[in-house]
Design a protein around this ligand. Structure first.
Ligand code: MN
Length: 376
């Protein structure tokens, strides 16, 4: 294909204004919310509600940003990182129309242990998102609701609140919530029921499970990068195996940034377990595990050259492109090159499904206008 390829993104991020928490919460609460600052050339300090820890900053980023910016700021260099109007100009240049927008610093909210604090912060931030993010381009921007997850009643209440004010997706940590059961446990059933009932898509962004450095020494950078996708896979494996989609057939889950070819792979492994270990399997499911994965689970990737084949060669229809704007791992600055590399040699139906169809199935209020497509 020649010309511009327009796509949606199932994986993008916004950078919170530096004073966001103070804009939307009383100081006594705002002071306890996550913040980051550089404390040396290659180390960032993260502070959340009385806890703090440091993390290493990649050298490439230190070299670029020796002026005291935090790592989070350095990772958000595109002009529209902080300004939603400039963001839309960036998206137009890149050829990205609609996008799911996850938080940035807000991912550290999983470290908050005060139930009331996170419930009130989530409520306030979600209202801010509707006004400042969705409000800027409701036909394009889909900010993901911050969720309190310390008690399931709070999660349920915020699902309904977020839906009511006009959000379409909730962001859940892909890993196990500290002190709580993992996602397969029945204590979370009311959350899945609420998400299904209110039509909220459940978003699991990979790497939202605390410390990303599990392996040290040789090969660590690559091993940890791949490892960070593991939790997204296990989260949906939990839901499928526990029969969540059997009971909640309309529930839709999006795993962002973790690639797509794992879905057929995990589906095969789960089906084998389901058949060959049938006498141990509880609960019994009304369909094979892979069918729930293929029907209810959507998966976004950015550069993976094998991802389109998950659709055309392995029958998994819910493969979705994601730009990961404005992160280093994403395609900012080379989105068109990436899209042409991925799709120039595949059937147009495959390109259209992965760039637009899967996304529009989750968010039917978003479509790329004909005149935009025609002009490219
Ligand atoms: Mn991302």
């Amino acid at each position: 294909m020649t010309g511009k390829i327009w796509t949606h993104s199932g994986d993008s991020h916004f950078l919170e204004p530096e004073d966001l928490w103070h804009q939307i919460l009383p100081s006594s609460q705002a002071d306890r919310m996550p913040r980051t600052r550089m404390i040396s050339d290659d180390e960032e300090l993260v502070e959340v509600d009385g806890k703090s820890f440091t993390r290493k900053v990649p050298r490439v980023m230190t070299a670029k940003g020796s002026t005291g910016e935090t790592m989070t700021e350095m990772a958000h260099r595109p002009p529209g990182s902080r300004d939603v109007k400039l963001r839309l100009a960036d998206l137009n240049n890149e050829g990205v129309w609609g996008e799911v927008m996850y938080q940035s610093i807000g991912f550290w909210c999983t470290l908050i242990e005060d139930r009331a604090l996170i419930a009130e912060a989530a409520r306030a931030e979600n209202e801010w998102m509707v006004d400042e993010l969705k409000g800027a381009a409701p036909d394009r921007l889909v900010p993901a609701a911050l969720m309190p997850v310390l008690e399931v009643e709070d999660s349920v209440a915020e699902v309904y609140h977020a839906a009511e004010i006009g959000l379409h997706v909730i962001s859940l940590p892909s890993g196990q919530v500290p002190g709580r059961e993992y996602w397969n446990h029945k204590e979370w059933d009311p959350l899945w029921a609420a998400a299904e009932e209110s039509g909220m898509v459940v978003g699991f962004h990979i790497g939202t499970n605390g410390d990303p450095v599990k392996y040290r020494g040789r090969g660590g950078a690559i091993i940890n990068y791949v490892e960070s996708g593991r939790d997204g896979i296990y989260a949906v494996m939990c839901l499928v195996s526990a029969g969540v989609f059997d009971r909640r057939p309309e529930l839709k889950v999006l795993v962002s940034e973790g690639g797509a070819t794992w879905v057929p792979y995990i589906g095969d492994r789960m089906n084998e377990a389901y058949r060959q270990h049938a006498e141990f399997v509880r609960p019994q499911l009304s369909k094979l595990p892979k069918e729930y994965l293929y029907n209810n689970v959507y998966a976004s990737f950015q550069h993976d050259e094998s991802a389109p084949a998950a659709m055309w060669a392995m029958g998994y229809q819910n493969v979705m492109f994601g730009s990961d704007y404005p992160h280093l791992e994403g395609t900012y600055g080379h989105t068109q090159k990436t899209l042409h590399g991925l799709f120039d040699d595949v059937e147009p139906e495959v390109r259209e499904r992965i760039t637009r169809g899967a996304f529009e199935e989750l968010f039917p209020h978003i479509t790329i206008p004909e005149e935009v497509l025609a002009a490219s």
